[in-house]
Design a protein around this ligand. Structure first.
Ligand code: OAD
Length: 253
């Protein structure tokens, strides 16, 4: 290991509580596209056309077509060495809260793939919901939704089995609130963390980015794992410049 990685490892092992924040970059090596940067989804698509409540109200077919495409893409992807190293590390020690912006369920798949009887300590707090769930636009109904979406027209889109209204992806769109429970779990982790490990997020979206800054403001170390520059570089105690799938297995072994 490099000196920097040694330093990061000791900062993490000296912290009894650690907040881990992940973004799209941790899933890049699994084949899931990121949002910003080369090949990023927001290079090709406009968020206001696809990821806002207004976009869904205007053209639910288009929004479902896009989520159906992303869901299909993700269903072919497996957790990578970064997800797996993180899951094993969380199961081997206590005091880690994993907060993810990802909606791809790969942290969950990694936790389950460890084969331990209770993988729940390695399950993430999902700030932005899950693409593998759908919920009713009218009533409280929600369900796991992994089937392919037929977005041929409005009638073929997923509809609520209990009230008949349109279902929507159970994700957080721009302009929507973070689910209350996830927000309070992440806020509490940021309030008490003695170190923060940030993996594969550009740091452009709040409140997620704010949790890292909150740990930094309390004078606690921030470790950033990312091959590129991020919004956290100026507050990073240690920057490990590289791919999550290479850096994390060495860092968290
Ligand atoms: P971004 O696409 O903004 O940032 C991805 C980060 O991952 C960048 O800093 C890349 O350099 C880095 N990266 C790329 N490959 C990597 C690798 N192999 N290992 C580690 N890092 C790598 O994605 P997020 O920060 O997750 O929100 O985006 C945050 C939110 O913006 C998303 O949750 C989504 C999006 O709009 C909603 O849809 C509400």
């Amino acid at each position: 290991m490099t000196d920097l990685a040694d330093r990061a490892r000791s900062l993490l092992s000296n912290a009894s509580r650690v907040l881990v924040l992940t973004g799209a970059g941790i899933s890049a090596e699994s084949g899931v596209p990121t949002f910003r940067g080369p090949g990023g989804l927001w290079r090709e698509f406009r968020p206001e056309d696809l990821a806002t409540p207004e976009a869904f109200a205007r053209d639910p077919r288009l929004v479902w077509e896009w989520y159906g495409w992303r869901r299909e893409k993700v269903s072919d992807c497996q957790p990578n060495a970064g997800h797996l190293a993180l899951a094993r590390w969380m199961l081997a020690r206590s005091g880690v809260t994993l907060v993810t912006q990802n909606v791809d369920s790969l942290h969950e798949a990694a936790a389950r793939s460890t084969g331990v009887a209770d993988p729940s300590p390695a399950m993430p707090v999902r700030l932005h919901g899950s693409m593998a769930r759908e919920r009713c636009t009218r009533c409280d109904h929600a369900r796991e939704g992994l089937e392919p979406v037929n977005a041929a027209d409005l009638a073929t889109l997923p509809h609520c089995p209990s009230c008949g209204a349109l279902l929507r992806p159970d994700v957080v769109w721009f302009g929507e609130s973070i689910p209350e429970r996830a927000l309070s779990q992440a806020t509490e982790a940021a309030r008490t963390a003695e170190a923060c490990l940030v993996i594969g997020t550009a740091g452009a979206v709040y409140p997620a980015a704010g949790f890292v800054l909150a740990v930094h403001r309390r004078g606690r170390p921030v470790i950033v794992v990312d091959p590129n520059a991020t919004a956290f570089d100026s507050v990073a105690t240690v920057r490990l410049v590289g791919q999550a799938g290479e850096v994390l297995p060495a860092l968290l072994a």
